[in-house]
Design a protein around this ligand. Sequence first.
Ligand code: FAD
Ligand code: SF4
Length: 486
Amino acid sequence: MENNMVDSRNEQWRVDLRKSHTPKERTAIERVVMPQLDPKYRITCNEEVNEGISEEQAVREATRCLDCANPQCVTGCPVGINIPKFIKNIERGHFADAAAAIKETSSLPAVCGRVCPQEKQCESKCIHVKMKHPAVAIGYLERFAADWQRNHCEQEVPKMAPRNGIKIAVVGSGPSGLSFAGDMAKKGYSVTVFEALHEIGGVLKYGIPEFRLPNAIVDYEIDGLRKMGVDFEKDIIIGKTLTYDDLHEMGFKGVFVGSGAGFPRFMDIPGENLKGVMSSNEYLTRINLMKAGRGGDTPVMQGNTIAVIGGGNTAMDSTRTALRMGAKRVLLVYRRSEAEMPARREEVGHAKEEGVEFYTLHNPIEYIGDDKGFVKAMRVQKMQLGEPDASGRRRPVPIEGAIEEIPVDIVIVAVGVSPNQLVPSSIKGLEVSNRHTIVVNDDTMQSNIADLFAGGDIVRGGATVILAMGDGRKAAQHMHEVLSQK
Ligand code: FAD
Ligand code: SF4
């Protein structure tokens, strides 16, 4: 990887490009602002909020990049995308080459350009930040290159190894399963993805709303995999409809489990069983997957005042979905301060612009029901920040006696998820941690069962799209090595 990076940096076009502007000229350019839909309009619909940057804006933004000799941005990317190479291709107007450079290491660039927490990853390491300037907008440029390619070029089938006739099964069609499937298909295997739901894409479809990640983007990537010969079998629950042993009997020689972490967590406080208190998984799945309130047959409870508990991406997506479903007042209740919120900065900003009320340093301690068993209010404890805890974030400490009662119609709990135990518990002898994650070798993603590999949230217990995707790629490489040795 490093050699490839050095070689490409020394190509004549890049040497010339570096000389075309002085570092001072490059750092004087202001960071691009992502055009976005007006908040008043966007909460009336499900259209994508970020509109994407133009070719001119992309070239200008790419010119800000100094093409560092030792690019730290790359070390901040969990899959090590050759960031300066793709950015410099944008600067010289070779947009298809930029997209190809990203595709060398990332199989879902249009997705990652939209949903990766860049401010904590690649952009946090950009040299501009050290110089107290805003980082190069790496995420916007990644999205630009991927969208440009999708809109201007025929979808190409990558170079494929000759078919080897070996059947491989994938459990789950989220980013880990999709990237694993793509890489194994490229290596010549016959890959079948088994998905429990009636849609392919995992959280990319049923969790992340279309105003952040349109389904068409995910479907384009899935079509690409179909063109590569990957088969998709929907409505099949591995561990119920088919077992791991059944997969063997069907001739599958390797299994990758990417079944995610779709099991919601609650806080175990009084009133959580009241009607109108539900998990964010349930709320978002009803709306995004089952089209509740958008012409689908599945119902979803509606209300004027909706409280969402949590501070992550799922919480943010739930608040913004609630606004789009017509709620008059949406409260985000989070026990720490905004600085500690794990959600992407951009989503926090968008939620505020759209009118979500932030109740930070508040923690629900009880939900109160009416005589029909529906939630009608919540009691929240005011908090203050104490010493840092094991996560390094300052611990929220209750302020004695500071308890408030807030009327609510619906409560959506988004305080974390755990892996669903169905797949791990259905495979005899599989090593599972006490957090119900599948235990794998971190370097190979191989479990204690030789032909079973796993990655994504079922291993990490809830992480990010790019990490799940990276796991899928790593597993493919090592499963191929194991099968090649046989
Ligand atoms: P998943 O995407 O969860 O996919 C697992 C798939 O396996 C599902 O389709 C499931 O139906 C299927 N499955 C489960 N059990 C079985 C079975 N027994 N048989 C067959 N199929 C099965 N990450 C980011 O990087 N940026 C974000 O902005 C972001 N926002 C998020 C917003 C929400 C609302 C949520 C819920 C998560 C978000 N994440 C985000 C996290 C990210 O989406 C996940 O880390 C990622 O999708 C995990 O990928 P995965 O492949 O492990 O599993
Ligand atoms: Fe460009 Fe920033 Fe990466 Fe340097 S650290 S190569 S300026 S994106």
